[in-house]
Design a protein around this ligand. Sequence first.
Ligand code: HEC
Ligand code: HEC
Length: 471
Amino acid sequence: MTRKRLPNALLPLLFGISLSAHAATHAGFPLQESADTGGDGTVKQSDTNAYSLPQSNLSMTKRLDFSVGNSFFRNPWVEAPASTTARDGLGPLFNTNSCQGCHIKDGRGQPPSPDETAVSLFLRLAVPADPETDAEVLRTHGFKPAPVYGTQLQTAALPAAKPEADLVLTWKTQTKTLADGTHVELREPIYTIENPNYGPLPEDLLISPRVAPPMIGMGLLETIPISEIEALADPRDTNGDGISGKLNQVWDLATGQTVPGRFGWKAAEPDVHQQSMGAFSGDMGLTSSLKPATDCTPEQKCDRFTDGGQPEVSDKIANFVTFYAKSLAVPARRNMDDPSVQKGAQLFNETGCAACHTPMHTTGTDLERPDLSEQTIWPYTDMLLHDMGPALADGRDEFLANGNEWRTQPLWGIGLAQTVNPQAGFLHDGRARTLEEAILWHGGEAAPAVARFSELSAENRRALLDFLNSL
Ligand code: HEC
Ligand code: HEC
């Protein structure tokens, strides 16, 4: 692949990022010239199934593994005992009965509308921890689970059990006025936990709302060498650009060690496998070898229910699901020749979005996954944690991520989010109905970039959004 080379030295290195010699740049950041956002495995489909395809460079035999994994991701798990022993053991407490129930069409979830119950959005729970007396649980969980209710609020249960509680969501709206007088309405979620079925909730309960993120490109993100991510980190902002990306350090269950975190809205999981087994355990009440317990506490007496085997998700099925989760391809860019899209790409760099949404990475080598190896990819994330200000804060720590911090969300494929799931919301809790709302919620380290966005002319704001929609 040949790329046009610009004289990098002539361009202002505004944000002190080292540039690849292979990419064209603007304002010190790379400009994507190839439509193949996910490297050689990119897929050229932009309809409602755009997120559901395997890496296009996956071998025929591996495509079979992908379809087996797909069936365990998509089809519901059931109560044990059942004739379908491979997929029984659901619950007794859970959020929903399939991965697809939250990752809708392999895309993101949504906050519930007024008459619906929350499914693809749930609350993680915790209580304040003491760094000394709670050192062990902080090392292995990253937070202190709530007594009785555990690590997340499970709003569904088998018929013979009671769900933990009901989650009720209401909205408070506010209007933001941009420099040219344009008004944008923003809505902020307010959560109430009603009908707790296992005793009163702790007074000092900490909640963190999370909506299911899209599943595309996970294997590629896992294959970015950690050294490349570490090189972007600047926890004390020594380069003085106001952006201090921090790498989370989390517990790896397989090795029993602290390792860098990559997945989840606060990068609290080291890899796709542990994240997926966490989902089986916490979201669906299913045990695996890696996570032999669910989020049931002794007070919830889940032992009285028949289990679906030990573990309930066999190693074979666990590996198929992880393979699937690592193999969903990234869709190709669209409309790259549109002048507004091209202008928007430059504005994205000039405005400072690219300081966190790092446009380009090169994956390392995974001998078992040549399709994911040595790929030039355009995920638009540094995989690091940033202080996003009080408006987005959850006030609940997770390992090194504090209550203000979130991991930069990848932007690849984001233009198709609502083609895949028309109800999809943006940001960690799905509060933003549009990309513009998502941008306007940014604060903290991103405040200067958002101020620059708010000062753009209507035409230039449109261009930036056209660029995002072409991703
Ligand atoms: C009840 C809803 C729900 C279900 C069911 C669910 N997920 Fe998720 N998933 C989420 C949420 C919410 C997150 C973000 C978690 C966080 O930030 O802690 C997530 C994150 C992920 C991620 C990481 C995404 C990223 O961008 O970092 C992967 C991979 C994933 N889930 C795989 C799965 C698999 C595999 C299953 C089925 C075994 C599954 N999920 C079932 C809601 C769900
Ligand atoms: C300081 C780092 C930083 C800067 C600068 C920044 N972002 Fe973000 N961005 C984030 C983080 C972190 C999130 C996730 C926040 C959350 O979910 O609460 C995010 C989320 C988003 C989302 C929603 C993604 C999704 O999947 O829901 C969009 C869209 C977005 N950013 C676009 C932009 C644009 C456009 C700019 C420039 C005007 C920008 N960002 C500047 C860090 C940053």
